[in-house]
Design a protein around this ligand. Structure first.
Ligand SMILES: Nc1nc2c(ncn2[C@@H]2O[C@H](COP(=O)(O)OP(=O)(O)OP(=O)(O)O)[C@@H](O)[C@H]2O)c(=O)[nH]1
Length: 350
């Protein structure tokens, strides 16, 4: 295979709940007809993103075009899991024209970029672009900002300290790697606030970066695909906290677990319960499914902070039972048993 015919790969990154899966679903719908393979890596063990994408309803989008890597965070399992997956895609009788990778919301993209320099894929794939999806209202609310007082105190004790907020570190790495930033959820901010968020991103980025605004991840596929960045050959321009950490990074700052919840009496009560619990325990992300009394359809719920959405997404199968499951993700120290109790459920994994 000549260098010119290397398969382009687009990496979609962005913090938990920024809208990566929503953007990808939209892209698959609008780019129908192209042979796109999707690799999804999620933090939390329910495989919800893969299920959402499989249900995208796009004609010609085959089930085995969506590959889930659930064994830990992509950026730490590159050699074991990721590279063999890439090779298997390339070796298919009908290989994809384009590969899109959705990283977990906590992944630092740089180790993944580095993987494209490995001998087994170097001559066969090129990173067309890194797209970082940003949750505009979360930035505006200061989710990724350091507490200036706390950091000043901690720096006095440890001058090498960069951030006191682990979210700031992940956000910065994801912006640093970007060829394109999609500023998503613009429906939730006014023009002034959006302009401030854009300024903050430009200020964070180590080099000029293109920013496009979006709602519901709707961006023209022609903007997303075909950037032609060859990002794997341009690593020095993409500084990372991972560079200084000898290959380790701070997933220890975050944790996730699953809560089994009983059949719910009403959608409204359940949403209120989820919201109250997210607020009280400072949960970053919740997503999952539940059964509701008298309903044959499954209730899918998605929470980013205290903002929740829900839909009845598909009929419950006979073997689904009436018990639901919710993934809960937050910073280390989440009170898992208390959260499970607050949701009226049982803790499955901690
Ligand atoms: N208001 C609003 N909500 C949005 C928008 N885009 C996505 N969402 C919602 O935000 C939630 C998270 O979206 P996802 O696409 O699942 O986010 P993600 O980045 O894939 O999440 P993780 O994979 O868990 O990191 C969902 O409830 C979406 O419906 C938007 O533009 N506006």
């Amino acid at each position: 295979m000549t260098l010119a015919s290397r398969v382009p790969v687009t990496i979609i990154t962005g913090f938990l709940g920024a809208g990566k899966t929503t953007l990808l679903r939209n892209l698959l719908q609008r780019a129908a007809g192209h042979r796109i393979a999707v690799v999804v890596n999620e933090f939390g063990s329910l495989g919800i993103d893969g299920e959402i994408l499989r249900g995208c309803g796009v004609e010609g989008c085959k089930e085995d075009d969506i590959v889930e890597l659930t064994n830990g965070c992509l950026c730490c399992t590159v050699a074991d899991d990721f590279l063999p997956t890439m090779e298997a895609l390339l070796d298919r009788a009908d290989p994809p024209e384009h590969v899109v990778i959705e990283t977990s919301g906590l992944a630092l993209p740089k180790p993944l970029l580095k993987a494209f320099g490995w001998p087994t894929v170097r001559n066969r794939m090129t990173v067309d672009g890194v797209i970082t999806v940003v949750d505009a209202p979360a930035v505006a609310a200061g989710r990724f900002a350091d507490d200036p007082e706390a950091i000043a105190q901690q720096r006095a004790a440890d001058p090498s300290l960069d951030h006191d907020n682990p979210l700031a570190e992940v956000f910065e790495d994801q912006i640093n790697a970007a060829d394109l930033v999609v500023l998503n959820k613009t429906d939730l901010l006014d023009a002034d606030a959006l302009a401030r968020v854009e300024d903050e991103i430009r200020h964070t980025a180590p080099r000029p970066v293109q920013i496009v605004r979006a709602t519901e991840g709707k961006v023209d596929p022609a903007i997303l695909l075909g950037i032609g960045a060859a990002a794997e050959a341009d690593l020095a321009a993409r500084p990372s906290h991972h560079d200084a950490e000898d290959g380790e990074h701070e997933h220890d700052d975050f944790e996730s677990f699953v809560v089994r919840v009983p059949e719910q009496q009403s959608v409204e009560q359940f949403l209120t319960l989820l919201q109250d619990t997210a607020r009280r325990y400072d949960v970053l992300r919740m997503k999952g499914f539940a059964a509701v009394a008298g309903k044959a359809m499954r209730l899918a719920v998605q929470g980013v902070g205290t903002r929740f959405r829900h839909e009845f997404d598909r009929p419950l199968a006979a073997n689904d039972g009436r018990e639901g499951r919710i993934v809960v993700i937050g910073q280390k120290g989440l009170e898992a048993p208390a959260i499970a109790k607050a949701l009226g459920g049982t803790l499955v994994t901690a």
